[in-house]
Ligand binder design. Structure first.
Ligand SMILES: [Zn+2]
Length: 289
């Protein structure tokens, strides 16, 4: 659905029918768990074969952009080939705390919102697709977070929904003996911390995708930081983190299904094998088991 700075294709994978959960991963090219687990998820969706056996997972549609930043992914770099952080280049809160001007740094936001081909392409899809809820996958810590990640945007109108779905993910995880994620957002967690010290508690990130989906596109949006190691071993990723991700997605799928249950039918999955193999050949090949 678009091309990177270096001309690499950016893929969107569509699976299933009914109200949709929109999933983005791989904005940060050095965080491979999100892209890798999305391939596992799409594979298992075909037979509805999950550790988390919640039927909602298989009753909704998924729009998945497994690798938003394919140049960074290929070179194991956080930023894109212009050395801009895609997740500081989104419109909502652009230019605020947690980002730096221009390019050539880990949190550089670019010259203007959406001036990078990757964010521009994905924003186009986020604006035109129909979906009930969005989630963006990262790694480097372990938390299920919701907007705002940029305090100046103020409390989100979806705050009660976010809290309810985060709590639901805990219930689902508990049911299957899975460790749930800590959850919250910077305003709630650090309400008593003076703004000038906020960055010491959790790094604020203005110009991020989840705030843009919430405040600009009026859809609820989560961020999931999957794992504290940026790239855990493959066996830990699949045995420990993947079920935790499933518990999160089950909660979101339940919500999506509830918005439009009459049109939802069981998943009939069609994925171009070449699309998936284009990613999987590159995935995790450098990781030690
Ligand atoms: Zn990240």
């Amino acid at each position: 659905m678009g091309r990177s700075v270096r001309g690499r294709p950016i893929y969107a994978v569509y699976a299933g029918s009914g109200p949709a959960v929109f999933i983005t991963a791989g904005q940060h090219g050095n965080e491979h768990p999100g892209p890798e687990l999305m391939l596992h998820f799409l594979r298992d969706l075909k037979t509805c074969n999950f550790v988390v056996k919640e039927s909602a997972l298989c009753k909704v549609r998924y729009v998945v952009v497994p690798v938003v930043n394919p140049d960074g992914f290929d070179s194991w770099e956080r930023t894109n080939a212009n050395h801009v952080d895609p997740n500081r280049n989104w419109p909502a809160g652009w230019g605020g705390p947690g980002s730096m001007p221009g390019s050539c740094c880990a949190i550089c936001r670019g010259g203007s919102p959406l001036d990078q081909p990757e964010t521009k392409a994905v924003y186009g899809l986020l604006s035109s697709e129909r979906y009930a809820i969005h989630i963006d996958l990262h790694s480097g810590t372990e938390v299920l977070a919701w907007p705002p990640g940029c305090a100046q945007l103020g409390v989100s109108r979806f705050t009660e929904l976010y809290r309810r779905l985060a709590q639901r993910h805990v219930e689902i995880a508990s049911k299957y003996g899975i460790t749930p994620y800590d959850y919250g957002n910077i305003i709630e967690k650090y309400a008593d911390v003076p703004p000038e010290f906020l960055a010491m508690k959790i790094y604020e990130a203005c110009g991020a995708i989840d705030d843009t989906v919430d405040y600009k596109l009026n859809k609820p949006s989560f961020v999931l930081e999957i794992s504290s190691p940026y790239n855990p071993t493959y066996s830990t990723l699949t045995s420990y983190y993947y079920p935790r991700l499933q518990a999160v997605l089950a909660s979101l799928a339940e919500y999506a299904y509830s918005t439009q249950p009459s049109v939802a039918t069981p998943v009939i999955l069609t994925i171009l094998a070449s699309t998936v193999s284009a990613f999987s050949s590159a995935l995790y090949t450098s990781l030690k088991a």
